[in-house]
Design a protein around this ligand. Sequence first.
Ligand code: SF4
Length: 339
Amino acid sequence: MKKHTIPTGFLFKDNYSRGELETLSIGDYGKKWNVKADFLGYRSDLNGVPNTNCMPLSEKWVITVSTQYGCLSKCNFCDVPNVKYSGNASFDDLYSQLKKAISLFPECKYTERLNLHYARMGEPSWNPAVLEFTNFLFNERKRFQDETGLSVEVLHPVLTSMSPKKHKKWEGVIYDWVNIKNKNLGQCGLQISINSTDDKQREVMFGGDANTLEDISKMLSGLPAPLSRKYCLNFAYSTDYIIDAEKVAKLFDPKKWMCKITPIHNNTACMENGIKTVGGYESFHPYRKPEQDLKNVGFDVLVFVPSMDEEDGLVTCGNVILGGSKLKESLGPQKIEGL
Ligand code: SF4
């Protein structure tokens, strides 16, 4: 294993059944530091997020696993397409990444909440092992605890998808995922990457590989009411992206869907393609209008801004050192309470 210590935990790569995969095992600051979400009571503007300590892992642990070796999609804000594609991670590859991520903090035997993100490398909807593995985690809790030494109070897996056009079974995968969510007290996140409501911008950013918003809306209009958290429309926001809130509300029911806005991240692909959120790390200004517009049409809106420690530690989406993202040489020490 090649392991990098980053301020919020570890970033590591290792060899699995088809080659190298990259994984994160990190802490979380807690919403009061990096989230504005009026509907949850976090009402302060985020004018920069301090490089503070993460909560103890016994309160919240975030593990992000790769679901594919590279990715079939060609999103222009992501470094993963630089990695040669060689197929899906197997069930064992997923489990192995999770076990290794847990083993990096051997002193932690219990966590109140484990967020498992299917997000580092790959478009998870292509990989049937993602659903199989998630079912395993929910159904075989005792075996998981015996095999990892970690007792988990609340498991919260999150599937994030950009809705690849070529995937003829995509709709079925999402309905199956929602079925798992609703069978497990709603404890599964579903995020659909929207980013812009402009067809041309979406065509460019997703390399012509994403379904249109109209098609996504049609395919997902029959989703049942979500248990617990609403389904999430994700806006990784560059200052140049258009967000037409009226269009979003026409296509997605605010009773079932919420919106999340984050800055686009400063990885190699974004720098090469001139994609950025001007001022988005220091000031709330870029988010104010899209947040207000989406709230005005009835959505719950959550704005998430990472700290510079998180940005420099490459924990944000679209980064992958296997694809050319670069860690700074002088990263600060690990800052997790209780370690
Ligand atoms: S953003 Fe996701 S789907 Fe797009 S290229 Fe990167 S890993 Fe693949």
